[in-house]
Design a protein around this ligand. Structure first.
Ligand code: NDP
Length: 251
């Protein structure tokens, strides 16, 4: 029995996951591999990718790695083309890489604003530019992105981060409307999830606020399971948007 999208055995797809060296991306790669999919883990830290891929392989899964800085459009295209050359197709792009450098606008950390736009918005666009030619040629494919509850409301210190995530949500909704029916789009909006995300914040006010806010965090596997659900739905069902937050999280 084969999946009519890919000619692979039913339930198995080739999935490229960015930001797979930690947190949500790593957990998503593990969940997808456990569900039988072939995963290619991408991010900048090669050692972390290799370790996660080795774990997946040891557990009987199929995993490869690709060192990738998503701010480099040409590099993204090379990685996607290499996945297609190796596996014959790419079925799902999980464009998950992101940075959350929270600060009040008045701190004027303009370099960090740029970095969030470069990774969170342009990094997703680079992924689309790389993957869509294959999806359109194949007549099938699936783009999954990690937005945030910050794509649904704005709080102090999160103006630029929220702006990038609102942008991703808008992009994904527009993309959905422009694509042929065979190519699906899923936007996952997590609440607070255990990961390294908040450790990169440099602004002391924003960093202090995180200590309390992040206490309710849930394990990243919860997001991985949501991605696996969307990916595993039949080709005529497009799970467009999911909000997954800790039951204890307020707001
Ligand atoms: P982590 O910091 O643990 O993971 C971020 C990932 O992004 C890492 O694998 C990192 O890998 C990768 N990354 C960062 N910059 C680049 C880059 N330039 N090129 C390629 N990869 C990059 O945080 P999370 O797992 O939490 O974050 C994953 C996504 O989830 C992000 O988009 C984040 O905004 C979103 N999110 C997270 C929430 C949370 O509470 N954790 C809540 C809502 C959304 P490397 O450094 O090796 O390149």
């Amino acid at each position: 029995m084969t999946d009519h999208e890919t000619d692979q055995p039913t339930g198995t797809k080739t999935v490229l996951v960015t930001g797979a060296s930690s947190g949500i991306g790593e957990a998503t790669a593990r969940e997808l591999a456990a569900a039988g999919h072939t995963v290619v883990l991408a991010a900048r830290r090669a050692d972390r990718l290799e370790r996660v891929a080795a774990d997946i392989t040891a557990a009987g899964g199929r995993a490869g790695t690709a060192v990738l800085d998503v701010t480099d459009a040409d590099a993204f295209r090379r990685v996607v083309d290499a996945v297609v050359a190796e596996h014959g197709h790419l079925d799902v792009l999980v464009a998950n890489s992101g940075v959350m450098l929270l600060s009040p606008m008045t701190s004027l950390l303009a370099d960090e604003w740029d970095r969030m736009v470069d990774v969170n918005v342009k990094g997703v666009l680079h992924g689309l530019a790389a993957a869509l030619p294959h999806f359109l040629r194949q007549g099938s494919g699936h783009v999954v992105t990690t937005a945030s509850i910050a794509a649904h409301s704005v709080v102090p210190t999160a103006a630029v981060y929220s702006a990038t995530k609102y942008a991703v949500r808008a992009l994904m909704e527009g993309l959905r409307q422009d694509l042929p029916a065979g190519v699906r789009t899923t936007t996952i909006s997590p609440g607070v999830v255990e990961s390294e995300l908040a450790t990169h914040i440099t602004d002391p006010t924003a960093s202090a606020g995180m200590d309390v806010y992040r206490r309710a965090a849930i394990p990243p596997a919860a997001i991985g399971r949501a991605v696996a659900y969307a990916v595993g739905e039949s080709a005529d069902v497009d799970v467009n948007e999911l909000v997954v937050r800790p039951a204890a999280q307020r707001p």
